[in-house]
Design a protein around this ligand. Sequence first.
Ligand SMILES: Nc1ncnc2c1ncn2[C@@H]1O[C@H](COP(=O)(O)OP(=O)(O)O)[C@@H](O)[C@H]1O
Ligand SMILES: O=C(O)C1=C[C@@H](OP(=O)(O)O)[C@@H](O)[C@H](O)C1
Ligand SMILES: [Mg+2]
Length: 171
Amino acid sequence: MMYKVYLIGFMGCGKSAIGRRLSYLLKMPYYDMDKEIVKIQKRTIPEIFEQEGEEYFRNVETEFLQNFRNESCIISTGGGVAMNEENVQIMRDTGLVLYLDATFHDIWMRIKNDLNRPIVQNSTKGELEQLYKHRKRFYKKAKHITIFTENRTLKQITEYAGYQVNRLKGE
Ligand SMILES: Nc1ncnc2c1ncn2[C@@H]1O[C@H](COP(=O)(O)OP(=O)(O)O)[C@@H](O)[C@H]1O
Ligand SMILES: O=C(O)C1=C[C@@H](OP(=O)(O)O)[C@@H](O)[C@H](O)C1
Ligand SMILES: [Mg+2]
């Protein structure tokens, strides 16, 4: 049976870090949407934002989900993917959606100096906190399972995610 595991949540919540580790734990192939999009587009995420604008990037994300191969795998989404209703529909129809819930404090410490996230580059801390609050309800609505990450190591979160995937697959 085809079964995808999608990781959603705000920038810096650990989607990419956990996705890679979960793939290793569950022996399932792993794809990071941002990395796949960079390969297809042959340019970086900041370059895509700068040259084409955010709306274009959002369309590329939806096309990726629509066309991605039929295979059991782990997919780390980008932080904006769960904001779009069609994206959420595709994810829920083709697999299990895990929301990595992190505090804004943790997130800010992790992303504030990252040059590869254009939204961080173009926003103040206050604006990002507003965006975090705004997006939270979308993640909650899109998810099957919430995973709280505060005060947990990557290993602990990965093991808990693996437990949930094993528990819920085939349902
Ligand atoms: N629970 C955690 N404990 C320690 N470091 C973490 C944790 N979650 C994420 N990180 C680190 O924070 C950074 C951002 O995580 P990343 O996986 O890129 O987030 P996302 O893909 O959700 O934007 C990475 O360096 C990652 O290793
Ligand atoms: O939250 C967002 O809108 C974005 C998150 C990024 O992915 P991460 O969540 O892995 O940082 C990346 O897709 C792009 O910079 C836009
Ligand atoms: Mg990521």
